[in-house]
Design a binder for this molecule. Sequence first.
Ligand code: HEC
Length: 121
Amino acid sequence: MKNNKGYHIIILFCLCFLAVANLNAQSDWQIPLEANEKLSPFLFDDDMVLEGRVAYENSCTSCHGTPGQDNFTPMSPPPGDPASEQFQAQSDGSVFYKIKTGRGTMPKFAELSPMMNCGTL
Ligand code: HEC
């Protein structure tokens, strides 16, 4: 009987370890090198900023909140604030890849607007 209990504790230990290892693995996105190096092909002008704002407000605010306000929806993993240093430190290609492919609760947006036509890039 005593031995059995010991096994249960070891198995519980292993399960906890696997759960933590799995959580850690989730925080790393695997971005293909080629995708990571992609640069935005769009001119960063007033029209693009306006279009980006409208697309963001329509499709992203519900989870990511207002940029710079840290008021994203609390969930795990957290969506994060796009104005944060960590978010901004990423390459264009990395952000684009994540938006295009999504992961878990983060939906995939192959095409955000007709002008951006992200699906064909
Ligand atoms: C339903 C909620 C939801 C919506 C809507 C949503 N996101 Fe996300 N987003 C998330 C979550 C949750 C994560 C974290 C996913 C993960 O780490 O597995 C995330 C992660 C991201 C990331 C990666 C952040 C990082 O630091 O690596 C980017 C970029 C992103 N979202 C952009 C957008 C954009 C742009 C939109 C709108 C077009 C959008 N998201 C809409 C929930 C959402």
